[in-house]
Design a protein around this ligand. Structure first.
Ligand SMILES: N[C@@H](CCC(=O)N[C@@H](CS)C(=O)NCC(=O)O)C(=O)O
Length: 250
């Protein structure tokens, strides 16, 4: 395991089951939510965890330090460079403040009550700060790449250590992308894909994105990147990073 993946695993362990386990709400937004985001920002992580837990897809607009693609846009929209910032085109809601965004998401797209862990918002913030430490400046500083003509789609769940490495790269390159959330609802999904394959276990998820991946690719492994501009899809964080470098580095 490379040291990059190892520290990403540490961040995952620190967050326990946050950003993995899903309880989808009854209501799904018709139009994609949008999030101005910095990958290793502890506040943004909390929002992305809630999005995974509610099984909500989102358009990520990466705003690394010194970024010039989406940061100025947000200052114009909201008045300041502070992240996260959510836009919900379905309701017209727009807001800063991670805990307010999470309250909003659960109130609008959840099953009623805010789960207890999110009622302890400040505790979650402290835990998320700890989880940011192992990744230090990864996914924080801009190193812009070319913007794809069509939006990339990343099948991901927030706490996946391999998906995190891909998201960090996309953030540094200021490449916007759609997160197709693929959290877990079944115990079998906790087995790593090679173990699952060896034991011939196929966990059949009812989540749309997992089902779509299974149908399209014959297996579910996270991350999976679909690049509609090149009409290719690929598993494996290393292959995805190589693809991004090949087609989109400046
Ligand atoms: N209370 C805010 C704090 C947000 C915050 O401080 N975010 C930092 C990034 S971790 C930020 O926007 N920094 C300004 C910048 O990156 O330019 C929240 O929970 O959303």
């Amino acid at each position: 395991m490379s040291s990059g993946v190892a520290t990403s695993f540490v961040s995952t362990l620190i967050r326990g089951t946050s950003g993995i386990q899903v309880t989808p709400g009854a209501e799904k937004p018709a139009e994609l939510l949008q999030l101005y985001d910095i990958e290793n920002c502890p506040y943004c992580r909390l929002v992305r965890e809630a999005l995974t837990e509610l099984d909500l897809d989102v358009l990520i607009l990466p705003c690394p330090k010194n970024g010039e693609r989406f940061r100025p846009e947000l200052v114009e929209l909201g008045g300041k460079a502070q992240f996260p910032y959510l836009i919900d085109p379905n309701t017209g809601a727009e807001m800063y403040e991670s805990l307010d965004i999470i309250d909003y998401l659960f109130a609008t797209y959840g099953n009623g009550d805010l789960p207890l862990k999110w009622k302890l918002g400040r505790l979650q913030t402290a835990g998320s700060m700890l989880a940011s430490a192992p990744r230090m400046k990864q996914g924080m500083q801009a190193n812009p790449g070319k913007e794809p003509e069509q939006l990339l789609e990343l099948y991901s769940f927030e706490s996946s250590p391999y998906a995190r490495i891909v998201r960090e790269k996309l953030c540094e390159m200021e490449i916007p992308y759609i997160v197709r959330n693929c959290g877990r609802t079944k115990l079998k999904e906790w087995l790593l894909p090679p173990v699952r394959n060896a034991l011939n276990i196929i966990p059949e998820s009812h989540l749309v994105n997992r089902r779509h991946l299974m149908h399209r690719e014959g297996r579910v492994s996270i991350p999976f990147l679909y690049d509609p501009g090149q009409d290719v899809g690929m598993f494996e964080s290393g292959d995805i990073l190589a693809h991004l470098n090949r087609y989109y580095s400046d």
